[in-house]
Design a protein around this ligand. Structure first.
Ligand code: SF4
Ligand code: SF4
Length: 161
């Protein structure tokens, strides 16, 4: 049976000094608005509970924390400032420090954002006349490529700068 890791718990808590996971009420307001709800094997309120009681190794060994879309909705909704988002970011940082394997899909998304500034390439649309148009065809302006400043701030936000 898994055992709590109090040292790791303390380490994660130190990284989230603005959040208070111990105050979590398990009200599930975070989970009810989570953008990645269908993709996460564990829901935000369950992640908070695992961190609260020191079961971080289970989270570090899984892809769960890398699936979060970092939309911050859970942080906004939380009545207790327990903020699953901040905990997830802390666990990601611990995972990188421990050189845990970062999932391929996450690295790919980071690479795409650094290259284009977008998570996904702009999609084409089909008109009522069944004509397929891209942004140029729609008369929309070109999307500017990310600046060095953007890349610097983005990496800082990810905890790598
Ligand atoms: S983290 Fe906040 S919103 Fe989520 S269950 Fe705990 S108290 Fe509720
Ligand atoms: S920040 Fe992550 S965990 Fe929180 S609501 Fe968004 S996707 Fe869900």
């Amino acid at each position: 049976m898994a055992k709590p890791d109090t040292e790791l718990r303390l380490k994660a808590f130190r990284k989230v000094w603005t959040a208070k996971p111990v105050d979590c009420l398990q009200c599930m307001r975070c989970t009810s608005g989570c953008t990645s709800f269908k993709l996460l094997e564990l829901k935000p309120h369950e992640i908070v509970d695992l961190v609260k009681f020191g079961f971080l190794n289970e989270l570090l060994a899984s892809d769960i924390v890398w699936t979060c879309a970092t939309c911050l909705k859970c942080k906004e909704r939380c009545p207790q400032r327990a903020s699953p988002y901040d905990l997830i970011m802390a666990i990601r940082n611990v995972a990188v420090e421990r050189e845990a394997k970062v999932p391929e899909f996450y690295l790919k998304a980071v690479g795409q954002i650094l290259e284009t500034g977008l998570v996904q390439n702009p999609q084409k649309v089909t008109t009522r006349e069944m004509e397929t148009l891209d942004r140029d065809g729609l008369g929309l302006p070109r999307i500017p490529l990310p600046t060095d400043r953007f890349k610097e701030l983005f990496m800082k936000a990810l905890g790598g700068g």
